[in-house]
Design a protein around this ligand. Sequence first.
Ligand code: NDP
Length: 491
Amino acid sequence: MAELETQQGGLAVPDGWTYAPAPESTDIVRIAERYGHYVGGEWLEASEIYETIAPRDESPLATIGQATKADVENAVAAARNAYADGWSSLPGSERAKYLFRIARILQERAREFAVLESLNGGKPIKESRDVDVPLAAAHFFYYAGWADKLEYAFPNRRPRPVGVAGQIIPWNFPLLMLAWKVAPALACGNTVVLKPAETTPLTALLFCDVLRQAELPPGVVNIVTGDGRTGAALVESEGVDKIAFTGSTEVGKAIQRQLAGSGKKLTLELGGKAANIVFDDCALDQAVEGIVNGIYFNQGHVCCAGSRLFVQESIYEPLVEKLKRRLTTLRVGDPLDKNTDVGAINSAMQLEKIKELVASGEEEGAEIYQPPCVLPEKGYWFAPTVFTNVAQSYRIAQEEIFGPVLSVLTFRTPDEAVEKANNTPYGLSAGVWTEKGSRILWMAQRLRAGVVWANTYNRFDPTSPFGGYKESGFGREGGRHGLEPYLRFDD
Ligand code: NDP
């Protein structure tokens, strides 16, 4: 092992020490050359196609179907048949058996799913392995438990399924978002047509094999792939009773306009620009870890990312110094390397968006810091970035960047922190770092955010509801609250 060097602060740190490559093998995953649409328990040929690639090196992975309006209608009809043909009237305890099976199969095939998720999406394998896949299985386990207890979840309200749910998910957590949508829908007795994001369809397509293994009745879950046009066709379909959408605020607003007056149920989980608020009495090193996790987890492609850091003025300098030092230890590179902390940006388009917003930050007068790191030549990459000297009016403090870019701002009093944190059109999440429990509660009552984490960040649990205020959308996913959008209570 390399020699240890003692730094000014007295901490022993390795000198010239690097990690040996630790690549996860891709042998466990078998990707087909071409995929169609999964409708009525069968694979249907796609008439139009496109290619999905690996963002780490831009290499092609598979040919994917671009579902047309007719394909979508076909899938909706299959879901309607399955709904009427027994699924909606199946006893909850029977539906639960399928959900438990799906959960167990996901666990059994966890490594396969983790590798595929990192290949297609660019996220570090340690995240897909330790977060995405286990949480996806946990969601199926959790909602399996509710399937036969809906009467107890909503006493005296006669809960019944809504019908066919159209579900549109983004590219940042492809399998996990599928689980958030499919598990509660099935637990409540609905059938589903799901559209994964254009750039990350592969784990959803592999999930069809899990459905086959679980012997889920044909048509209960249908998966059609394609770009925004496929999503729009699903929203428009007359045969859909409920739309669940996770994605950008812009598309969410368009969907809401389109569905106004249609009688279809709608939940929207949209963007965010979360405040991560650090008080001077917090455990500083712990807060630094939380800040790093808050914004660099999944390359910052996280709707609830702590992208606005509010630091109490008295600790601004030591905190920023610690943060910058911590950034130098982040390893950016191959998502399939088990030591990688920050993987590839999901797509060329997203990389362009990040670059444009970062350039605006520099132009508006913010000070940029990026640790020295060598980025791979091929693929889509962006170094972890911190902006200081940021005014609240700057675009980097206002707009969702959806990348590994942190804006640091300051405050003096708790009131000022609340005022500044709430000064955003979004309201999805927030973080508070302080040793005082009373201050945590005081802040949590005033922050207009669906989730407030205290002395931690980016913690997810299927039992806990998640969702936004204002332009971050409406409706909750997770927990008992997550059942409600998939139920009706009329007679
Ligand atoms: P979108 O909102 O476009 O994508 C989300 C999903 O909606 C995808 O499956 C997408 O398909 C689909 N979609 C696109 N247009 C329509 C439409 N008109 N009707 C129905 N469905 C549609 O997000 P982007 O991927 O374009 O990302 C843009 C920005 O949105 C990001 O930079 C980020 O800031 C934000 N974002 C926020 C997310 C969140 O969780 N809050 C998640 C993803 C993005 P397709 O993949 O083919 O475009």
